[in-house]
Design a protein around this ligand. Structure first.
Ligand SMILES: Cc1ncc(COP(=O)(O)O)c(C=O)c1O
Length: 426
């Protein structure tokens, strides 16, 4: 492949040709700051802000009337956001609902789909999985009176950063009830082959569920085509819903109509919910997997954010995201080769998500030095610097700048002024 030598002029040319360039001004960016942490908490857009104000205005002016008479009626907001999210997932609107958090949604879907029977009692996950998912899996196994040590299989990684799909598939057998894996690994940014894993699981009569935390809003999905059984995600990362923004879940059509494992009155068919019957009539859509009253103020920003995704189309977002991370990797090689960094995300487009995973033994102190220089990275203990250039609000020139800031830190050993250990949140 032809290698560029990247100069400021060349990256400025990429910005000129970028169809998403104008969207940067839609976001609240701090002057002089280079935000590379949109894979942890995305930034606020003006449209998201406006929809939040609309919800507040409806509350201010209409009180309880906001549920049905608001400019964006609260009673239908979760379904509307589900519908707006469905193009990002390759799903039908009725398969998607805006509700809960990853962990609560995982509990809901495990309570619904994990039915250990006979020998089929095991769940396959992986040793690199996000802790909260593992805790949820462990507690669901315990709720069935089983021992997580025996019934939760964590597929090992050979290098501590990535997983081998063949190895995952090798663990699938007649004892397996379900596999639950991330689409993109939160540390290394490896994008797993979801269709391959799903197909292999189904061949063995195993259900396949995915945590899309690090792919939704960065990578297109075709969940229906792939036949994925269920999925969960958060919206505060690439979907820019704000801190604690309401997450989402997907249940494949073939499973709609199943009783929710954890029921509540918002699981109801909407026409019957206010009959106040003690006999639940569940919604025929993914709405059945809601539990209680939706968190309107933490959902409303998504109306604005998803509007932008649907305007642009997720494939355009992905195209730019791949170009940004490619540029970042090439610049790291070009500028930082003498400083002992290792790029641990897969380099192929088909296998990497939306961030670059840079490994260094002094990662914690380097991150602190970056912050001092107004670059906001993300540190994952013990040695990972995650850098996420975001298609909507990062320019190619921003990437150029960030790598030069990093080079300056290394040349002048600015990181040595900081302790190489994590802060309370990292
Ligand atoms: C991959 C992954 N899974 C699960 C979680 C936990 O999500 P929540 O706090 O929304 O339940 C996170 C949070 O960052 C995550 O990155």
């Amino acid at each position: 492949m032809k290698r560029h030598f990247w100069t400021r002029e060349k990256v400025q040319q990429l910005d000129k040709e970028d169809p998403l360039h104008a969207y940067k001004s839609e976001f609240h960016l701090k002057d002089g700051q280079y935000y590379m942490d949109g894979n942890s908490l995305g930034l606020l857009s003006r449209r998201a802000e406006n929809y939040l104000y609309t919800a507040l205005e409806d509350w201010k002016t209409q009180g309880i009337g906001g549920w049905t008479e608001g400019q964006e009626p609260w009673f239908y907001m979760s379904e509307k956001i589900g519908e707006m999210t469905s193009p990002l997932l390759g799903a039908e609107p009725e398969e998607v609902i805006n509700t809960g958090s990853i962990t609560t949604n995982l509990h809901q879907l495990l309570a619904t789909f994990y039915k250990p029977e006979g020998t089929r009692t095991k769940i396959i996950a992986d040793e690199l999985n996000f802790p909260s998912d593992i805790y949820a899996l462990q507690s669901q196994i315990l709720l069935h009176g089983l021992d997580p040590e025996e019934h939760l299989i964590r597929v090992q990684s050979k290098d501590g950063y990535t997983l081998d799909e063949a190895e995952i598939i090798r663990h699938m057998d007649e004892d397996t009830a379900l596999v639950l894996l991330p689409s993109v690994l939160y540390r290394s940014g490896q994008l797993l082959d979801i269709p391959r894993i799903t197909e292999a699981a189904h061949k063995k009569g195993i259900l396949a569920g995915f945590d899309l935390a690090h792919s939704i809003g960065a990578v297109p999905h075709t969940l229906d085509k792939w036949g994925v059984d269920f999925a969960v995600w958060c919206t505060y990362k690439y979907l820019n819903s704000g801190p604690g923004g309401v997450g989402g879940l997907y249940v494949n059509q073939k499973h709609l109509g199943r009783k929710p494992g954890l029921a509540g009155w918002f699981s109801s068919n909407k026409e019957q919910q206010f009959d106040m019957s003690h006999q639940l009539s569940p919604s025929s859509t993914a709405g059945a997997f809601q539990i209680g009253t939706p968190h309107i103020l933490s959902s409303a920003p998504l109306l604005g954010s998803l509007e932008m995704f649907n305007e642009v189309g997720i494939s355009e977002v992905r195209k730019k995201s791949l170009k940004l991370t490619r540029l970042m990797m090439e610049m790291i090689e070009q500028e930082l080769s003498s400083f002992h960094f290792q790029i641990m995300n897969p380099s192929e487009d088909d296998h990497r998500g939306g961030h670059v995973c840079l490994v260094h033994k002094e990662a914690a102190s380097i991150c602190k030095a970056l912050k001092q220089e107004s670059v906001i990275p993300d540190f994952r203990s013990p040695n990972v610097i995650r850098l996420a250039p975001i298609a909507f609000y990062t320019s190619f020139e921003d990437v150029f700048h960030v790598i030069h800031v990093l080079k300056d830190i290394m040349i002048n050993e600015k990181h040595k002024a900081f302790k190489n250990e994590r802060d309370i949140i990292a």
